[in-house]
Write a protein that binds this ligand. Structure first.
Ligand SMILES: *[C@@H]1O[C@H](CO)[C@@H](O)[C@H](O)[C@H]1NC(C)=O
Ligand SMILES: *[C@@H]1O[C@H](CO)[C@@H](O)[C@H](O)[C@H]1NC(C)=O
Ligand SMILES: *[C@@H]1O[C@H](CO)[C@@H](O)[C@H](O)[C@H]1NC(C)=O
Ligand SMILES: *[C@@H]1O[C@H](CO)[C@@H](O)[C@H](O)[C@H]1NC(C)=O
Length: 564
């Protein structure tokens, strides 16, 4: 009988269309772009960046681990999967299962598409050994997850391999353990007994996240590998314009932040160095994986995508903040994305296109030829379906948050900050005049508008929030821009599927769509002033934790579309 495995065997011995690619995803934890962490990873540079493309406008859809990881695993915005926090009623593995996502997510679709699926490291917050025993993550051919309560410990991590009891790696460096397990899984996936079956391998060390003592919720500095404690002694957090600076027109709790004092700044620099140190073994891990793929021969290495990313960014002193994430600033949401693989240009930096984690999820599904029939995928498959499109075109990313903001480390001023629910969009359009905006609305009623072309560090809020009820903008031009962006945010905040990929179409104006050029430029035409001025503005009734639909308005419907 001609069985499916024989097809794969055939595939690896022929060059061509039959072959489904292997996909290796390396995902770090809390690794930002803005403080230049990638510059300290030379092996990553030589083995991935120089052999592939770096996507420099790649965003976390929520600046928090669990929601962002679920957005990747479901190729969906958090307003649709509704995993909005790391623990409690609104997020974590338990809620992931309760909402049925454990039956409908990436590895299951990959398996259906003929893939072997492998994973080691952190899948998402709240995965503890007892859950692995009772309701394990589905869809994995072979997995070995980091599990609570020792997920974030560098020298005493616990792993649990499917139904086996958890194993503690006391005295061994967590990233090295992840590396060795990943190499083992890779060996298994490449084994001749698999008949060349395509595979997905997820590798997720928790570096450079702080250590978290789950029992008491303490966040403490990362612990470097023995022998690397003295590296980078003179390095400090880059003093970018946002470092320890307050934005003009800062909003919510940020407007009351005092400058960090010397003790706090020194601590921030110290934690930065600790982060760089624990990224060194990650750098080695990347090289080891690439080497092993290359050693498997051209047939394998020419048909394998290797993706490097992180779940969310990280702020160290920017906007006067202590350590942490959760906010709609580039420090928090811009994350690395480097991809090497078939047809990906080598040594290229893509600065034009704006993508998000939901798009990466959709891209992995697309590369695997995997179908999702259970729900609408929000992300855009930017490698399979997007080739040959003009380089300059409008782009957007949605960033959402509904829970407490968190400060981390020993000088955290608060570990649960209220009034931090917001929705924010990035919109770029370089077809006509150049646009690169961040627009956001907070549950307090405050608005933010930043022009990233002139203000890449988000230090000049062009919205005036003296009275949230009567906000205004800095000029007639920014008022006009904000009216369009507010309307676009209303479309995006409840978008599903195609509307998330091309939100301009929702307005029902013939020229507004990514299949035409210049949606924002087009929408700024004064003939649409009356329409956008009449649109109700997006607002929250109150600040509460969790994504609660009835405290946000308006909800987009066709009634709000343009009528001639
Ligand atoms: C390592 O973790 C295990 C399980 O949580 C614990 O029993 C053990 O005491 C820990 N070892 C150290 C040195 O903290
Ligand atoms: C600086 O901040 C730290 C931590 O918040 C505090 O303990 C210390 O007293 C402050 N130092 C000065 C000189 O204000
Ligand atoms: C939250 O925002 C509301 C409305 O602006 C304000 O009345 C309240 O004092 C704020 N609460 C905190 C804890 O900042
Ligand atoms: C999101 O989940 C929370 C907790 O399960 C629930 O209270 C809330 O209503 C959900 N939101 C939406 C919009 O479905």
């Amino acid at each position: 009988m001609f069985r499916i495995q024989h097809l794969f065997l055939l595939c690896t011995t022929l060059v061509g269309v039959l072959c489904k690619p292997n996909i290796i995803l390396i995902i770090t934890d809390d690794q930002d772009v803005r403080t230049g962490t990638l510059d300290f990873m030379p092996k990553l540079k030589s083995t991935l960046a120089e052999k592939g493309t770096a996507y420099e406008r790649f965003y976390a859809p929520v600046s928090l681990c669990c929601p962002s990881r679920v957005s990747l695993l479901r190729a969906q915005y958090a307003h649709n999967h509704n995993i909005t926090y790391v623990v409690g009623d609104f997020g974590g593995y338990q809620v992931f299962c309760e909402k049925g996502h454990n039956d409908k997510y990436l590895p299951l679709y990959l398996q259906r598409a003929g893939y072997g699926t492998y994973y080691t490291g952190k899948l998402m917050n709240g995965l503890a050994y007892d859950q692995i025993a009772t309701q394990p993550p589905k869809g994995w051919t072979h997995s070995d997850f980091l599990v609570d309560p020792n997920v974030y410990l560098y020298y005493n991590a616990s792993f649990s391999s499917q139904s086996a009891a958890p194993v503690n790696y006391e005295g061994q460096f967590q990233v090295d353990v992840v590396r060795d397990k990943a190499l083992g899984l890779l060996e298994e996936a490449l084994d001749p007994s698999q008949n060349g079956k395509p595979f997905f391998l997820g590798i997720a060390p928790t570096a450079p996240h702080l250590e978290v003592q789950i029992a008491d919720g303490q966040f403490t500095e990362p612990v470097p590998r023995k022998g690397q404690e003295g590296l980078f002694e003179d390095v400090k957090v880059p003093r970018t314009p946002s470092f320890n600076a307050k934005a003009r027109g800062a909003v919510s709790w940020l407007k009351n932040l005092e400058e960090l004092n010397k003790t706090e700044v020194d601590y921030t620099d110290h934690v930065y160095r600790q982060r760089l140190r624990v990224l060194q073994p990650v750098d080695e891990l990347v090289e080891a994986i690439v080497k092993k793929v290359e050693q498997a021969g051209r047939e394998v290495s020419d048909n394998t995508y290797i993706i490097f990313t992180s779940d969310n960014g990280y702020a160290l002193g920017s906007h006067r903040r202590m350590l942490g994430k959760t906010l709609p600033y580039e420090e928090d949401v811009l994350v690395p994305l480097i991809i090497r693989g078939p047809k990906i240009p080598a040594n290229k930096r893509n600065k034009d296109d704006v993508y998000s984690m939901v798009d990466l999820g959709a891209t992995i599904l697309g590369l695997a030829g995997a179908d999702v029939q259970d729900y609408s995928v929000d992300g855009k498959d930017f490698l399979s379906n997007d080739r040959g499109v003009a380089k300059s075109k409008p782009r957007h990313a949605l960033v959402e948050y509904w829970n407490a903001a968190v400060e981390e480390g020993i000088y955290a001023r608060s570990t649960s900050i209220s009034n931090t629910t917001y929705r924010s969009i990035r919109v770029k359009d370089d077809t006509g005049s150049e646009h690169d905006w961040v627009y956001g609305v907070w549950c307090t009623g405050e608005r933010e508008l930043y022009d990233l072309k002139t203000d890449p560090y988000q230090l000049h809020n062009l919205a005036r929030n003296n009275n949230p009820e009567t906000f205004s903008f800095s000029s007639p031009h920014t008022t006009r821009v904000a009216s369009r962006l507010d309307a676009l945010l209303i479309v995006l905040k409840t978008c599903v599927g195609e509307t998330c990929r091309d939100p301009w179409k929702a307005f029902n104006v013939p020229g507004f769509s990514y299949s035409y050029s210049g949606s924002l430029s087009g929408a700024l035409d004064p003939r649409y002033d009356a329409y956008f001025d009449s649109m109700p503005r997006f607002a929250y009734n109150e600040c509460r934790f969790g994504y609660l639909e009835d405290i946000e308005s308006p909800t987009w419907s066709d009634d709000l579309a343009f009528r001639r």
